[in-house]
Design a protein around this ligand. Structure first.
Ligand code: SF4
Length: 248
């Protein structure tokens, strides 16, 4: 029998909130969008615990990112589950206006369970700061949640299995803009075979959200001369974002 009274429930809720958002009580206000999202799947209340290939049967009904992560973090739907070190759900502001999407976790991400860490991640943070977004303001995720061995390009069957999780993340976050980083990520999302020169500076639609494309920070580390193009791309993103805010 569950003897938890209302006070206990309220206390547990506040402890969950503190675990998620620190000492600020999140109320969904614009001014509080900067709060950082920390994954605590064990705190999530998820009623249907039936697992299908490691995924909770009702994951599509998840009402929050915490709930979603709890529902899918044990996924074994594709062979990458056998070789991953950590499942990489994504990190950032659960109400972010900007969603950054990469292709798949690399070695550092696989080890740490967080996307865009290491040198490429540090560069991404600097790129975002250059247009007045802190890393904590945005949400950062990958198409695949597990690392392909040797950082090989994701194969279509892996994308087919994993992309619905990204769709659900988008549904929950409701970003105003998506920034796809890297040609592979962009072509995977757009189901296309564009060259970077064809898609930079253009606005695409992905899952009903305006999407821009730029170079992957790891590519910029290898080709620093491309940084000027990324600078143009993110300035365009900032301009479009400001125009969107001005419409309010
Ligand atoms: S890559 Fe995606 S579909 Fe494959 S095991 Fe990981 S979470 Fe599941």
């Amino acid at each position: 029998m569950n003897n938890e009274n209302s006070l206990d429930k309220a206390l547990r809720y506040l402890q969950q909130q503190q675990g998620l958002f620190g000492d600020v009580l999140y109320k969904g206000l614009e001014s509080e969008k900067k709060l950082h999202y920390t994954e605590t799947p064990q705190d999530s209340v998820h009623v249907n615990t039936q697992l299908i290939n490691g995924v909770k049967a009702d994951w599509q009904q998840s009402a929050s990112l915490v709930d979603l992560q709890s529902g899918i973090c044990g996924c074994t739907q594709c062979p990458l589950a056998q070789t991953r070190t950590k499942f990489v759900f994504g990190v950032g502001n659960p109400n972010a206006d900007i969603l950054v999407i990469g292709e798949a976790p690399g070695a550092d991400e696989d080890a740490q369970g967080e996307p865009f860490v290491g040198r490429a991640g540090q560069l991404l943070t600097k790129i975002l700061q250059a247009i007045q977004f802190e890393r904590e303001h945005v949400f950062i995720a990958n198409i695949l949640k597990c690392r392909p061995p040797g950082n090989r390009t994701p194969i279509p069957s892996e994308v087919e299995q994993c992309e619905p999780f990204l769709h659900k993340q988008i549904q929950l976050i409701k970003p105003k803009f998506i920034l796809a980083v890297g040609l592979t990520a962009a072509n995977t999302l757009l189901k296309s075979k564009y060259k970077m020169a064809d898609i930079r500076g253009k606005i695409f639609d992905y899952q009903g959200v305006k999407m821009l494309v730029t170079y992957h920070p790891a590519a910029l580390l290898r080709n620093p001369e491309w940084k000027k193009f990324t600078w143009e791309d993110v300035q365009l993103l900032r301009r479009l974002y400001d125009e969107e805010l001005a419409k309010k």
